[in-house]
Ligand binder design. Structure first.
Ligand code: G1P
Length: 273
């Protein structure tokens, strides 16, 4: 059983400045809900109710969001406005929330390693909340099912256009079932001409806990950062890593245009549905 999920949320969100000058990018609202809450709801739906945030300076609003706001609760108790708190109350009732800090921005691999003290020695999920996923069955739920069958690390992938490939970790693998690949190569943000395929990793992972020791022994890679992709490549070589072409849509809310697309989609198909 997987119960834990890590959210690396220490990044600066420079692409959204000045909005993110004093507010974490994860708190930007997609319609009426902060981006990070979508990811947390997806994790909880998958049964990953022990949520751990790897946070950093200037991110206290995230911790406050998943805590009781006593004054607000008191003020609107019994009024018609209470309905607006339903979704966050539900999340808080089902989940537990822990926080640890990443002191320096040394890459996604380093962020995950910082989360070790919240995870221990169990398999766990990872959500990069910039990627907002909308699916009939949540993407993490789909991946947890797959984990039960294969018991190894899994990365979610989707096909992306040539001109976007340099933004992602890219895998090459052997298809072992419809939409499931055994990974035999993985490269972090290659140039299009060097990419091993058009299958890009998106921000959903299931990781087995041996990944921590592998990360510890992984030297900095692309952009001089410790890359999770490089650690996963070691895991794939020594054991098994699967890539899973998930069912559903993904919006890149780390970019302004993706964020606007997500907002329009959520407004039309979820908020007003
Ligand atoms: C990270 C990972 C990359 C992955 C991407 C998905 O990159 O390093 O492998 O494809 O997330 O969103 P980032 O976008 O944080 O630079």
């Amino acid at each position: 059983m997987i119960k834990k999920c890590l959210f690396p949320v220490a990044g600066y969100g420079t692409r959204f400045l000045p909005a993110t000058k004093s507010m974490p990018k994860e708190m930007l609202p997609v319609v009426n809900k902060p981006l990070v809450q979508y990811g947390v709801e997806e994790a909880i739906e998958a049964g990953l109710t022990e949520v751990g945030f790897v946070t950093g300076r200037g991110k206290r609003a995230i911790a406050d969001h998943f805590d009781v706001s006593y004054e607000l609760e008191h003020q609107i108790a019994g009024s018609s406005k209470e309905q607006y708190l339903t979704s966050i109350r539900d999340v808080m009732a089902k989940g537990s929330f822990s926080f640890t800090r990443q002191a320096s921005m040394a890459g996604l691999g380093d962020a995950i390693l910082n989360g070790r003290r919240l995870i221990g020695s169990e398999p766990f999920g990872v959500v990069l909340s910039d990627d907002l996923c909308v699916a009939e069955e949540g993407v993490l739920s789909q991946m947890v099912k797959l984990y039960k069958q294969f018991r190894c690390s899994i990365v979610a992938v989707q096909e992306v256009a040539q001109e976007d490939i340099h933004k992602f970790g890219v895998i090459d693998g052997e298809q072992i079932k419809d939409g499931i690949y055994q990974v035999n190569n993985m490269v972090e943000k290659p140039e299009a001409k060097d990419a091993p395929s058009n299958l890009a990793i998106i921000g959903r992972y299931i990781l087995t806990p041996d990944i921590f020791e592998i990360i510890e022994n992984t030297p900095p890679g692309k952009n001089d950062e410790v890359q999770l992709t490089d650690a996963l490549m070691t895991q794939a070589k020594d054991g098994c890593v699967l890539a899973y072409k998930f069912k559903g849509k993904r919006f890149d809310c780390g970019s302004v245009s993706g964020f606007v697309d997500a907002t329009n989609y959520v407004y039309e198909n979820i908020y007003n549905a």
